[in-house]
Each structure stands twice: as C-alpha cells, then as structure tokens.
Design a protein around this ligand. Sequence first.
Ligand code: NAD
Ligand code: UDP
Length: 329
Amino acid sequence: MSKKILITGAAGFLGSHLCDRFVSDGFEVIGMDNFITGRESNIEHLKDKPNFKFIEHDVTEFVKIEGELHYILHFASPASPIDYLKIPIQTLKVGSLGTHNLLGLAKAKNARILIASTSEVYGDPLVHPQTEAYYGNVNTIGPRGVYDEAKRFQESITMAYHRFHGLETRIARIFNTYGPRMRLNDGRVIPAFMGQALRGEDLTVFGDGLQTRSFCFVDDQVEGIYRLLFSDYSYPVNIGNPEEITILDFAKEIINLTHTNQKIIFKDLPDNDPLQRQPDISLAKKLLDWEPLTTRSEGMQITFDYFKGLPKERLYKKEHKDFSEHIKR
Ligand code: NAD
Ligand code: UDP
C-alpha cells in the first residue's frame, strides 16, 4: 500500500515541486494551501493525477486529515521579504500556530514531519560559512524579525515535540533556492532581475551590491529534502548550494545570460539585509550523501527560459498580491 504524505504550501514554489516529486514516486499526496502567496496554476498539472488531492485550508486553523498519514512536509509560509513585510502577522502565525497544528497532527497520526526552516535563522551571520552549530544573529524587532523569529520558534517547538513526545522530526535549513514557478514579482532577487531584463528595465542592486548569497537550483533542493526526510537525523541540516557570489556580480551574470544591455542602478539596502550568506553543507554531504549537482549557469538558463515563456501580460502585470482577503485578524 502506498504511503500518504501531506505537503503544506503546496501551491507555492517549493511545495509544488515537492508535490511533483512525491506524486511521481507513487506516494498518495495531499497538497494543502490557502493561496496567500501561492497560485493554483503551480499545481494545475497535478489535479488529474489519481494520487494527488488538494485541500484549500489555512494551516493556522485546526488541520483535519481523514485516515492514515505517514509523512508531513510543512512548507507553508511566505518566503520573500516583500511578502512577509506586507503580511507580518500571517507570517508569524503560520510559523508558530501553523507549525503547532501540524506537529499535533503528526503526533495524532504517528507521522514523521519535516519542517522548512531557513538560513534566516542565522540572521546577519557573524560566522562564515554558516554551520548548523552557529546560533545566529537576529534582530528580533527588525522588519525581518517576523520571519526569522517565526522560523526559530518553529525549530524550537519541533525539537520540543521530538524530545517530549518522541515524535519523528526533521529540520531543513534551506538556503536561497530558485527555479521555475517563482512568482515573477515576488521581490526576490532572481525573479526581480530576470523580470527587469525581460522588460528592458534597469537592474536594481540594493546597497553597494557587495552582500553575498549562494543560490541552489530547485531540483537539487528537492533531492536534499527528500533524502533528509528518509534519514534518521532529527537535528537541523543545511540544504543549499555553497557557491557564493556578490549581488553585484550576480546582476552582471544576469545581463550576460539574458543578452540584454541593461544598466545597473543602486537602491537603498533594506534594513537588516544579511551581508554574507553561504551554507556549510559538510553535514548534508556526510549524512545524506547529497550535494548540489546543477551549476548556476545551467539552473539560471532553465529559470530564465521559464520566465521568458510566460504570457507577456504576466510580465507587465504587477503580480503583487492583494492580501486583503486573507487578513482577517
Ligand atoms: P512561496 O511563497 O512560493 O510558497 C509558500 C506557500 O505557502 C504559498 O503557496 C502560500 O500560499 C502558502 N501558505 C502561506 N501561509 C499559509 C497558511 N497559513 N496556510 C496554508 N498555506 C499557506 O515560498 P517558497 O519559496 O516556496 O517557500 C516555501 C517554504 O520554504 C517556506 O516555509 C519558506 O520559509 C521555506 N524557504 C524557502 C526558501 C527559498 O529560497 N525559496 C529559503 C528558505 C526557506
Ligand atoms: N536584491 C537586490 N535587488 C533586488 C532584489 C534583491 O539587490 O531587486 C538583493 C537583496 O537586498 C539581498 C539579495 O539581493 O541582498 C537577495 O535578496 P532576496 O530577496 O532574493 O532574498 P534574501 O536572501 O535577502 O532573503
């Protein structure tokens, strides 16, 4: 009999790719989402699959699943800085109340749960590259605090369920990941630069552009998550690509890749924007025999082809979401 898995955040970027993977591996997949930052079109292609079912639901409310459940992947949460700045309370709630509900569900069903944590738990790191042993440097009351602290709480409550209830838990500390199905105007740097290049606009580099990031292609990320779920390790594991680049050099790479002649313009650096970010993935290599296989140029080409293939109106329509219908409290 096939195993049943619940994936929250299923209509989002990472969640939809995880649904693809588990559906194609023969799991019985239940996708759950309230569409606050996700889109139905990300999972449209799965609707006719006999082993995929979708439930529209806000996971900050009690989560009910009939029958057996073997695994949970908790990926619901806004993930882009402009999203979580616009919906700070929903971000705090999905990381805290939402995680609590899913841990309760895992306990009731005796299911294994993997939660999507983030490199943001390290804040603006004072240790470089970041290992799992680093405790982080987060401004609790800064604008990014709503995301960072929700994720830190998420890790703490997950470990508490593991230690106190003996629940089987896994914690993925995900570093910047990119690929097809990101929202073109979600504000994250890759869709931002690619959208600007496609519209013939200048590329907006924040600050002096000397801050660094390390970008992981989505297929590699999904493989890392998959292996972590089926490992027997309950502590956090970094999953990301250690190849680091400054945002300024990255903007130049995008100009080359897109064969555009855009100028680079400089804008203010957002508050608490981390200056350096690079995962130390020694633990994932050792435990999971995993490392990223896709080069940045391969992954960026696939992603650019995806954005280029979108209907033109999506390129020009401001895809900033209207969050009002979701903001009840
Ligand atoms: P995304 O915004 O594309 O997807 C998140 C999904 O969660 C959306 O479909 C959204 O509608 C859904 N959601 C949010 N709140 C919900 C709620 N209360 N109930 C039900 N559904 C809800 O973001 P993403 O990049 O796919 O990120 C997915 C997860 O991975 C997040 O938890 C994020 O923190 C984590 N993560 C992502 C990255 C990255 O680089 N993409 C890095 C670190 C961590
Ligand atoms: N950034 C930028 N121009 C943009 C969007 C982002 O220079 O139009 C910078 C941002 O300030 C940060 C980096 O790119 O230093 C990555 O930003 P992103 O929002 O993708 O993710 P973060 O890693 O900050 O969560």
